[in-house]
Design a binder for this molecule. Structure first.
Ligand SMILES: Cc1cc2nc3c(=O)[nH]c(=O)nc-3n(C[C@H](O)[C@H](O)[C@H](O)COP(=O)(O)OP(=O)(O)OC[C@H]3O[C@@H](n4cnc5c(N)ncnc54)[C@H](O)[C@@H]3O)c2cc1C
Length: 380
């Protein structure tokens, strides 16, 4: 007997939502993705991600994109360095041999890889979900900011940190972690910024101490993305009278904070080609759970927003997407599929989120230099 296809609406074309859509389509399951961005090029996708074996790599294989990923990945990007606040290299781990590690890829390249793998027209751009109204028996009417509406039998909330879909399941809201990153960047780093480039190496460089930190990360095309981290009140700039739209004012404020760090590290603060973007870090309370509700579920940051010190938010989002899609392909009833998926998702998310909360607490502490060195040299 022919069944009426379940109308699956994925909200959000991030790594999680797109992986879910791709794996569904590989199983012949229909899906539509709605994203608020006006187009695939509307927004810079940000830095580099390492793809980890049990999560991101697993999902890329499930998506049938492992080979194509290999052509784009940067295995050398896995190099990891820890510097002291004086600029000395304290620890330097070279990437493992070929095929063993967590190769890096630019987020933009990963998103393009996933988008190009979908059937044409799968993603509806310019569709910001405003509300989802329950219609009974798990169905919902979706109302978008552009005035359009549609109906779905299953809504997959893959809409990130400030998820609208989450409101259907939980009252939880992201809470400021106490740490802010100010993001900046260096173009053509090896030729134009040789000192920070040499300190960064080919992968990621971290210097952490006394509630402050610098993280510099190689991206493709010779770009280095820099995160200047501070444990600080969320409104630090207002308190300091700093206008965030004035790069000179932000630079001066950052230099003041890092005044007693080695001059070799000051280039990461001052030699910007991209200006400064203030990024307070938020996380959902741990654990974040919800009562199973027919017709709606969550994945990725919508389900388990955690600090980047888990190092695996995007990896988990992709694994979630792959697992949910696989469950929907395996179970004749969507509600059974979602129940099975949430049974795996919730404990896995809680464990990772706990690790992320511990990670950010130790990375921005008075003794973070000692903690980071102990962690990296395996003494923890
Ligand atoms: C500084 C920093 C560094 C990080 N580094 C790493 C790392 O090295 N490794 C790693 O694995 N993770 C990292 N993460 C975490 C990672 O960025 C996230 O966990 C990941 O992007 C989550 O993917 P997602 O698909 O759940 O959501 P997102 O990537 O946030 O995508 C959500 C999508 O939903 C869309 N959307 C939002 N609201 C709506 C709406 N109402 N209607 C329609 N569409 C909507 C958005 O436009 C977006 O495209 C980092 C995070 C930060 C902040």
């Amino acid at each position: 007997m022919n069944r009426t296809p379940t109308r699956i609406a994925v909200i959000g074309a991030g790594p999680g939502g797109l992986t879910c859509a791709r794996v569904l389509q590989r199983h012949g399951v229909e899906v539509t993705v709605h994203d608020l961005d006006a187009s695939r090029t509307a927004r810079n996708q940000g830095g580099s991600l390492d793809m980890q074996p049990g999560t991101g790599q697993y999902a890329l294989r499930a998506a049938g994109l492992w080979e194509e990923f290999g052509a784009l990945a940067r295995p050398e990007g896995e190099q990891m360095r820890l510097l002291g606040r004086d600029g000395r290299i304290l620890f330097d781990a070279a990437p493992p041999g070929e095929g063993q590690g967590n190769p890096e890829i630019d987020r933009g390249q990963l998103r393009d890889l996933l988008l190009d793998s979908l059937d044409p027209g799968t993603v509806q751009w310019g569709h910001k979900l405003e509300r989802a109204e329950p219609l009974g028996a798990g169905r919902h009417r979706l109302r978008f900011g552009n005035g359009e509406t549609s109906e779905a039998d299953l809504i997959v909330g893959a809409d990130g940190a400030w998820s609208r879909v989450r409101r259907l399941l939980s009252d939880a809201v992201p809470v400021y972690t106490g740490v802010t990153f100010v993001e900046t960047g260096l173009n053509e780093a090896d030729t134009r910024h040789p000192e920070p480039a040499a300190l960064t190496g080919q992968g990621t460089m971290m210097a952490l101490d006394d509630n402050l930190g610098l993280v510099a990360q190689r991206n493709s095309g010779g770009h280095i993305r820099v995160y200047v981290g501070m444990r600080t009140p969320e409104d630090w700039h207002r308190r300091a009278g700093v206008d965030l739209t004035e790069p000179a004012a932000v630079r001066a404020a950052l230099l003041e904070r890092f005044a007693d760090w080695g001059p070799a590290l000051h280039g990461f603060l001052t030699e910007t080609d991209t200006g400064y973007v203030n990024r307070p870090l938020f996380a959902l309370p741990v654990p974040h759970t919800w009562e199973h509700t027919e017709g709606v579920t969550l994945l990725g940051d919508a389900a388990h927003l955690m600090s980047p010190f888990s190092g695996m938010g995007a990896n988990l989002a992709m694994r979630d997407g792959a697992d949910l899609a696989q469950a929907l392909a395996d179970h004749p009833e969507p509600d059974e599929a979602v129940t099975a998926y949430e049974k795996i998702l919730l404990p896995r998310s809680a464990e990772a989120a706990e690790g992320a909360a511990e990670g950010i607490a130790s990375a921005f502490a008075p003794d973070s230099a000692e903690q980071a060195l102990a962690h990296m040299t395996g003494r923890h």
